[in-house]
Design a protein around this ligand. Structure first.
Ligand SMILES: NC(=O)c1ccc[n+]([C@@H]2O[C@H](COP(=O)([O-])OP(=O)(O)OC[C@H]3O[C@@H](n4cnc5c(N)ncnc54)[C@H](OP(=O)(O)O)[C@@H]3O)[C@@H](O)[C@H]2O)c1
Length: 131
């Protein structure tokens, strides 16, 4: 059973979480999201009945699929923060614009990394993604 963790709970994370729940791909109790912004987290938790945390490390410890949905300029800091907790069981997905798979692998090591580029219509469930 997959447990999906989101690091960053902003616009794109909310859109993807909504899509996952509406498609019944994953039960909301198996989704966890972290963010710095407690108000945003509370809203996400209440709207989608998902787990929320202020700790990025909690997300790594409680998920096997990790989706990085922070702005590109904070991604490297977040990767360095969570690196000690990454295991061979994790799969990393990143939607951060302009950050290559190589850049992510250089930090986290030999872990599967999938780079996804959604487009803005994803915000209204009409998106297309390059993977
Ligand atoms: N929006 C689009 O149409 C679009 C399309 C394709 C790809 N993307 C990519 O999607 C990613 C997210 O974009 P977005 O538009 O969803 O951005 P966003 O709404 O700003 O969401 C990012 C969230 O991450 C939070 N955050 C910042 N630092 C953090 C940290 N250290 N740990 C955990 N959370 C942190 C931010 O909190 P604060 O606001 O308090 O800093 C914010 O709530 C970006 O990398 C972008 O390149 C976006």
């Amino acid at each position: 059973m997959n447990r999906i963790g989101f690091i960053g709970g902003g616009k794109m994370a909310a859109a993807i979480i909504k899509g996952i729940i509406n498609s019944n791909w994953c039960d909301s109790k198996n989704i966890i999201v972290s963010d710095k912004n407690e108000d945003a987290l509370n809203l996400l938790g209440k709207t989608y009945k998902i787990n929320t945390t202020l700790s990025n490390i909690d997300v790594i410890k409680n998920s096997n699929i990790i989706l990085f949905a922070v702005k590109p300029f904070v991604l490297k800091d977040v990767l360095n923060e969570i690196k000690p907790y990454i295991t061979k069981e994790h799969i990393i997905l990143s939607i951060a614009a302009g950050i290559s798979i190589n850049t992510i692998e250089e930090i986290v090591g030999n872990i599967p990394v999938i780079r996804i580029m959604p487009n803005t219509p994803a915000l209204v469930n009409e998106g297309m993604s390059a993977i």
